[in-house]
Write a protein of this length. Structure first.
Length: 261
């Protein structure tokens, strides 16, 4: 079984886009993470899908090992996804996204329907109204990991994959000000984009989520044809906190949406 391989490409403006690729002959799944995360968050899922599926997970702009961007616009995130598919010579893929990545995924399907064979949206709605300004209180650097985690307080358990050592101390692999800017761009009514595509779609709702309500998830499912709703007893990050249930829901959907090569 292939292990995820960290790779990167250079985008216009010399900006680096890093990605993790479980290379092989499996059918491609492009997995887009949420704010504060990176492509590493899908490592367990990549193993669960292999070898039938090849999971490709970028560190989206401003996250992980990818470079900071001049903007965090909706079009910017979508163009990065298209550039990665082009770089890998992939015409069409299943596109999966969590939170920020979920909106990026269904907006990619809306703008480039020929590139998305099926859509998986994890715990994000067609209307988004979030505030990440609390992240501006986090320290840029701390003398050691323990000091950083203490300063992060209750957020520390959710940021473990983002914590790393730098030459000048311990910090996070993103700039909180970029996350605030990205969230402001993400906020809004995206019903038009959610309804614009007609490929098979799976909407995964964490029943304990504070981001996507049960009522909104049901409405999204009712109004978009060929959409399946799965409720999982988990919080907002279903793939991370209920990995087995998430993988089961996903593989069941993929078997129906893609019955064979």
């Amino acid at each position: 079984m292939h292990r995820p391989i960290p790779r990167s490409l250079t985008l216009p403006g010399s900006r680096r886009l890093a990605f993790h690729d479980r290379a092989g002959a499996g059918r491609p799944v492009l997995a887009l993470h949420g704010h504060f995360a990176s492509g590493r968050t899908f490592a367990t899922l990549a193993g669960a899908l292999a070898p039938e599926w090849r999971l490709i997970a970028p560190d989206q702009r401003g996250h992980g090992d990818s470079g900071r961007a001049a903007d965090y616009s909706r079009d910017g995130y979508v163009s990065d996804a298209v550039a990665l598919l082009d770089h890998l010579g992939i015409g069409s893929a299943v596109v999966l996204g969590h939170s920020l990545g979920g909106v990026n995924a269904y907006q990619l399907a809306a703008a480039h329907p020929e590139r998305v064979s099926a859509l998986v949206v994890e715990d994000i709605g067609a209307v988004v109204d979030g505030d990440l300004s609390f992240a501006l209180t986090w320290p840029r650097r701390a003398p050691d990991r323990a000091a950083l985690e203490a300063a992060l307080g209750g957020s520390a358990p959710y940021l473990k994959e983002a914590i790393r050592s730098f030459p000048d101390g311990w910090g996070l692999d993103f700039d909180p000000s970029d996350m605030v800017a990205s969230q402001l761009s993400l906020n809004g009514d995206h019903w038009g984009d959610w309804l614009a595509s007609d490929c098979p779609a799976l909407l995964v709702h964490g029943t304990r989520s504070g981001v996507l309500s049960a009522g909104h998830a049901a409405q999204m499912t009712a109004e978009r044809p060929r959409t399946t709703l799965v409720d999982v007893p988990a919080g907002h990050s279903v793939h991370a906190t209920a990995p087995a249930a998430f993988a089961t829901a996903l593989t069941s959907f993929l078997t129906t949406a893609h019955p064979g090569r």
